[in-house]
Each structure stands twice: as C-alpha cells, then as structure tokens.
Design a protein around this ligand. Structure first.
Ligand SMILES: Cc1cc2nc3c(=O)[nH]c(=O)nc-3n(C[C@H](O)[C@H](O)[C@H](O)COP(=O)(O)OP(=O)(O)OC[C@H]3O[C@@H](n4cnc5c(N)ncnc54)[C@H](O)[C@@H]3O)c2cc1C
Length: 348
C-alpha cells in the first residue's frame, strides 16, 4: 500500500538529473515489483491485536506479518508551510517549473538537498541565494574543514551562500525550504509501537510489537557495528535494510551490521560518505583537501568510523570494508594515498 499515486520510484534524481531535465521521467521508476500494488492508498490505522490494517477507503485487511516503510517527510518551517519542499515526484515537478521560470531561486538550508538544488539551478543559469544558520554547509555531518571547502565550491560557482545567520530574512514566495526531514512514525506510535525519533527496531528489523517490522528512513535501528541505535536517510541503506528485514520476516534474518553509505552530486563533484553520522574525535585527509580526488576520514579513539570522499569512490568502497572490520589503523598508513587499503582489512 502506498499513499502516492505513482508506482515506486527513486528519489535521488529528484534533486539532481531529473530536476534539471537530464533524466527522463520514465527513468526514475523502479522495475515493477512482483507484488500486488495498491497505489493512492493510505493506511490510516494499525490494529496489532486483531492483526489488521485499516485503509483510507474504510477497508480492513488482515496480516500475518506487517512491514512498515512509510519513510520520512520534509521538516516544515513554522510560518513557511506554503513554501516549496522537496520529497516527492510532484514536489520535483513543481520545482522544475520554478526553475523554468528563470527568476532567482532562494533556498533555506545548505544540507544535501539544498546544495544539490543550488548546483542544479546554477547549471540552468539561475541566480541562487542560500540561507544557512550554521557556519558551513553540512557542518554536522562533514565537519568544519569539509564544510568550509564546500562553501567555497558553491561560492565559486556563483551561489550567494549566506551562512552563520542568526535569523532568516523575509523570504520571497516559492523559496525552497530544505531543512531536514522527520520520520513518518505517527501511525506506528498510535498503535502502541515504540518510537523515539523514528520507529525503534532491533538489528533484525523487529518493532516492539509482535509480527510488526519496519525498515528504511522511518526507523531508528540498532546497529551492531556502532553499538547504538541510528536513523539513516540514504537510498542504498533503505534498500539494504529493507532486504535484510525481508529475510528476517522470512525467518532467515541476520543482524544488519552494514556501514551506511550515500552519495551526492554537485557540479562536477561526486561526494560519497560512509558512516553513521556519529561523533568523531579526529580527522585525517587522504590526498589534499580541496584537490579532488581526496578523502577525509573521521576517527574515534583511533578507529575510522566514517569518511567522505570527493571524486574518490574507490577509496570509499575500500574504507567501507575497513570501517565494518572495526580495526585500529596506523593514521600515517591511512592518510597515505599509496597505501592499498584492501591490505589493511583483516580476513573474515
Ligand atoms: C530529493 C531527495 C534526494 C535524495 N538524494 C539521495 C542521494 O543522493 N543519496 C542517497 O543515498 N539518498 C538520497 N535521498 C534519500 C533516499 O531517497 C531515501 O533514503 C529513501 O527514499 C528512503 O526510502 P524509504 O522506502 O524508507 O522511504 P520513502 O522513499 O520516503 O517511501 C515511503 C513511502 O511511504 C508512503 N507512505 C507514508 N505513510 C504512508 C501511509 N500511512 N500509508 C501508505 N503509504 C504511506 C510515502 O508516501 C512514500 O511514498 C534523497 C531523498 C530526497 C527526497
């Protein structure tokens, strides 16, 4: 059951190639799943005692096991609910029409979506103004060094990036607000399922209620890798988490211990991040910061816990295995681009 009228589609192109008209609409859809799809259908209630869900049509359906994947929604900015937000295909179509209008685009938030749309709008020749309360774009995930470099990248491409603001100015109509997202957990919470900034699931995707599972952006899942519960909003992780939870539902579950991974395309740069977005106490640079390809590693107590690579996808792929192996590594070896990272991963 899916509330949107469209067959399942990929969201990442909505702020990238689809937005600027480089990708056909038909290319954003997933291959048709081998399942009965009930589109334009909202689940409005879960009744775990009767093992039933209630639809907006009033219909009640019984389940043996139930998987919740309601995803997330953009955080609305109080007083700016009528502005543009970007999550769904219809939102992207509205924003495309806005780009076609050709007048200056204002964006609140220099997170991934704000930065990608800024880059896309610049490629279409629009004037772009971005407002960010923090000192740098993506400061919380990538830290001050990478944030400062990225700010410079956007400014050098002509974005009027205004950071470290204490308050937002009056915004023109049709400003894009991209200030993060919130998990769609209300349906689960109303059914008595434990939620805490996300639907809480264990490493097998099980919620606090028998026979109800959850996966993807809506969850806060227990990560055996980081030994804490994390909420992740990445395309590939949502897919892998969904697959793992599907196996778990089928009785073949194995703990989901992967390091989350995502990418972002801005101008001619491909950023790839691996990690749980958790605190770190040191960073080191492999290559030279600001001169792609390079990678910045985030360490906690000597162990790499996350990394961001710029036009350096191969390194990120190797670091991912190193992070998952949870080993302490000599920082000099890590920082040296000549070191073959594959050799540092202990055999399983
Ligand atoms: C513009 C944009 C760009 C992105 N770019 C990247 C990227 O470059 N790299 C990356 O890794 N990730 C990216 N992401 C994140 C990625 O798209 C998400 O992590 C992924 O979509 C999560 O999948 P999901 O199935 O958990 O949730 P969703 O994709 O949100 O799907 C949930 C679906 O459930 C429906 N639903 C909700 N409640 C109900 C209900 N009660 N009844 C029926 N249906 C319901 C929703 O309408 C929605 O269709 C991007 C996201 C956006 C919005």
């Amino acid at each position: 059951m899916g509330r949107e009228p469209h067959p399942p589609y990929q969201r990442p192109p909505l702020s990238k190639r689809y937005l600027v008209g480089d990708l056909a609409r038909s290319a954003v859809f997933f291959p048709a799943p081998d399942a009965e799809l009930r589109l334009g259908t909202e689940v409005v209630e879960i009744d775990p005692d009767r093992h039933q869900v209630c639809l907006d049509t009033g219909e009640r359906l019984g389940y043996g096991r139930l998987l919740l994947t309601p995803g997330a929604r953009p955080r609305r900015l109080a007083g700016h609910e009528d502005q543009l937000y970007l999550r769904e295909l219809d939102d992207a179509d509205r924003l495309r029409a806005r780009l076609d209008a050709g007048t200056a685009l204002h964006i609140v938030g220099a997170g991934f979506i704000g930065c990608e749309v800024a880059a896309g709008a610049r490629s279409r020749g629009l004037e772009v103004v971005v407002y960010e309360l923090l000192e740098q774009p993506l400061l919380r995930v990538l830290g001050a060094e990478v944030g400062a470099w990225l700010a410079e990248v956007h400014r050098s491409h002509g974005v009027d990036l205004r950071t470290g603001l204490s308050a937002l100015p009056a915004l023109p109509p049709e400003t894009l607000v991209a200030v993060g997202s919130e998990p769609n957990q209300e349906l689960a919470a109303a059914a008595g399922i434990r939620c805490q900034a996300g639907i809480v699931v264990d490493e097998l995707g099980r919620t606090s209620v028998p026979d109800v599972y959850a996966a993807g952006d809506c969850t806060r899942f227990w990560s055996p890798l980081y030994e804490t519960a994390i909420r992740v909003e990445h395309f590939q992780t949502a897919i892998r988490h969904g697959e793992a939870t599907g196996r778990s539902i089928a009785g073949q579950g194995r703990p989901f211990a992967e390091a989350p991974w995502f990418w972002s395309d801005q101008y001619d740069l491909n950023l790839q991040y691996v990690g749980g977005g958790l605190p770190w106490d040191a960073t080191l640079v492999r290559g030279r910061l600001g001169q792609p390809p390079f990678t910045v590693l985030y360490l906690l107590e000597g162990r790499p816990v996350a990394a961001v690579g710029v036009n350096d996808g191969r390194t990120i792929g190797q670091l991912r295995r190193l992070i998952e192996a949870r080993v302490e590594v000599d920082p000099e070896q890590l920082a040296d681009p000549a070191t073959d990272l594959r050799r540092l991963v202990p055999p399983r």
